[in-house]
Design a protein around this ligand. Structure first.
Ligand SMILES: *[C@@H]1O[C@H](CO)[C@@H](O)[C@H](O)[C@H]1NC(C)=O
Ligand SMILES: *[C@@H]1O[C@H](CO)[C@@H](O)[C@H](O)[C@H]1NC(C)=O
Ligand SMILES: *[C@@H]1O[C@H](CO)[C@@H](O)[C@H](O)[C@H]1NC(C)=O
Ligand SMILES: *[C@@H]1O[C@H](CO)[C@@H](O)[C@H](O)[C@H]1NC(C)=O
Ligand SMILES: *[C@@H]1O[C@H](CO)[C@@H](O)[C@H](O)[C@H]1NC(C)=O
Ligand SMILES: *[C@@H]1O[C@H](CO)[C@@H](O)[C@H](O)[C@H]1NC(C)=O
Length: 334
C-alpha cells in the first residue's frame, strides 16, 4: 500500500514536470498530453519503466518545439534515461539541471538553435552525447574527461572554441568536433580518430590533420593498433629495413663468391704451373667445355666463359648485375 502511493507520487511528479514543460514551450504539432489521460499508455513520446512507476524515456523529434527549455521541468525527471528532442526550434541555454539528470544515458539535442556555454555539471552515467548543429559557444567543458561511460560525442557545427580536452575515455568510439572554432593540438588520446572528426577548425593541428608548426609530430602510440596511418608508417619502415638488410646480404654474398673464385683460380694456376705440362691444361679446358655444352644452353656457356675469365675489375653495378650469373656459376662449378 505504502509502495503503491510512493510510486504514484513519483509518476505524478514526472507528469507535473512534463505538463509544465508543455505549457511553457510552444509547439507546432499539438502534444496530446493531458492531465486526465494515463501518461504511460496514452501520452505521445513517453516511455515508462516496466512497472509504470517512472518516466524513463522522452522522445519528441521534430514536433515543432519552439523557444527555451525551462529550468525545473525536464530537469525534474530524475529517472529519465533517454532524452531525445532533436530537430526542433529550441533556443537559448540548456538549463543545467538537464545535463545533471542522474540516470541519463542518451541525450539527443542536435539540430536546434541552443546557444551559450555547455553546462559543466554533466551526469557521469552519460553514454551518448549529441549537441551537434546548434549554436553553442565557449569551450568544451573539462568535465567531459570524467564521463567514463561515454561512447559517442557529437559536437559538430557549433561555435565552440579553445583547446580539445585530453579525453582518455576507453569506451569512446564516435567523435565529431568538426566545424567549430577549436584551436591547438589534437591530444594524443584522440589522434586515432579520422580527420573527418576535426574538419573545419582552422586553428587545429596535429595528427590526423596537418602537422603543428614548429612541433615535431609525435611518434604514433603502440596502443593504437587500428590507426591506419601509423600502421602504414610502421609497415613501410619495416619494408625499408628489410630491403636494406637483404641488399647488403646479396652484396656480401657476391663478394664472398668472387673471393672464392679468385682463391680457386689462384690455386689452380699454382697447380698448373707446378705440373709444367701445357697439354694437360689444354685437354682439361676442352673437357670442361664439352661438359658444359652437353647439357647447358648457349647463354649459360657465355656466362661461364665470362666467369672463368674473371678480370676482377667490376664496380658495384657490375657486381649487382653479375650476382645472378655468379650464383649459377657457383652452383655449376661446385
Ligand atoms: C496520443 O498519440 C499517440 C500516438 O500518436 C496515440 O497512441 C495515443 O493514443 C494518443 N493519446 C490520446 C489520449 O489521444
Ligand atoms: C539562432 O539564434 C540566434 C540568436 O541566438 C539567431 O540570431 C538565429 O537567427 C537563430 N537561428 C535560427 C536558424 O533560428
Ligand atoms: C573528475 O573526477 C574526479 C574524481 O571523481 C574529480 O576529482 C575531478 O575534479 C573531476 N574533474 C572534473 C574536470 O570535473
Ligand atoms: C555544417 O557546417 C558546414 C561548414 O560550415 C556546412 O557546410 C554544413 O552544411 C553544416 N551542416 C549542417 C547540417 O548545417
Ligand atoms: C575563433 O577563436 C579565436 C581564438 O581562439 C578568436 O580570436 C576568433 O575570433 C574566433 N572566431 C570566431 C569566428 O568565433
Ligand atoms: C562530422 O560532421 C561533419 C559535418 O556534418 C561531416 O562532414 C563529417 O563527415 C563528420 N565526421 C564523421 C567522422 O562522421
Amino acid at each position: 500500500m505504502f509502495i503503491a502511493t510512493t510510486v504514484t507520487a513519483d509518476l505524478n511528479a514526472d507528469k507535473q514536470a512534463l505538463l509544465s514543460f508543455a505549457v511553457a514551450v510552444p509547439h507546432g504539432r499539438k502534444l496530446n498530453w493531458s492531465s486526465d489521460t494515463p501518461i504511460c499508455s496514452l501520452w505521445v513520446g513517453i516511455r515508462c519503466s516496466p512497472d509504470h512507476s517512472r518516466v524513463i524515456g522522452l522522445r519528441l523529434p521534430a514536433v515543432g518545439l519552439l523557444g527555451p527549455i525551462p529550468a525545473n521541468t525536464l530537469g525534474k525527471l530524475d529517472a529519465l534515461q533517454v532524452l531525445m528532442i532533436r530537430s526542433n526550434g529550441l533556443n537559448a541555454n540548456i538549463p543545467p539541471d538537464v545535463l545533471a539528470l542522474p540516470s541519463l544515458r542518451s541525450l539527443f539535442l542536435q539540430h536546434n538553435n541552443l546557444s551559450g556555454e555547455i553546462p559543466n555539471l554533466i551526469t557521469p552515467s552519460l553514454a551518448f552525447f549529441d549537441l551537434s548543429y546548434n549554436s553553442f559557444t565557449g569551450e568544451i567543458p573539462l568535465e567531459v574527461k570524467n564521463l567514463t561511460q561515454l561512447t559517442a560525442l557529437y559536437l559538430q557545427n557549433n561555435s565552440l572554441s579553445g583547446p580539445i580536452p585530453d579525453l582518455k575515455l576507453p569506451k569512446l568510439k564516435r567523435l565529431n568536433l568538426s566545424f567549430n572554432n577549436l584551436s591547438g593540438t589534437i591530444p594524443l588520446s584522440l589522434q586515432k580518430f579520422p580527420k573527418e572528426s576535426f574538419l573545419g577548425n582552422s586553428l587545429l593541428c596535429g595528427q590526423p590533420l596537418k602537422q603543428c608548426p614548429g612541433i615535431p609530430s609525435p611518434s604514433p602510440l603502440p596502443s593504437q593498433p587500428y590507426h591506419k596511418k601509423s600502421f602504414w608508417k610502421r609497415s613501410s619502415s619495416k619494408i625499408i629495413i628489410g630491403v636494406a638488410v637483404g641488399g647488403f646480404a646479396v652484396i656480401l654474398l657476391v663478394i664472398v663468391v668472387l673471393l672464392l673464385c679468385i682463391l680457386r683460380r689462384k690455386g689452380r694456376e699454382d697447380r698448373e704451373s707446378s705440373t709444367k705440362g701445357k697439354g694437360t691444361a689444354g685437354s682439361r679446358s676442352e673437357k670442361s667445355k664439352e661438359e658444359y655444352s652437353s647439357g647447358v644452353q648457349e647463354s649459360e656457356k657465355n656466362k661461364l666463359v665470362f666467369f672463368e675469365g674473371c678480370s676482377y675489375n667490376f664496380d658495384l653495378e657490375d657486381l649487382l648485375r653479375a650476382s645472378a650469373e655468379c650464383f649459377s656459376a657457383a652452383w655449376f662449378s661446385s
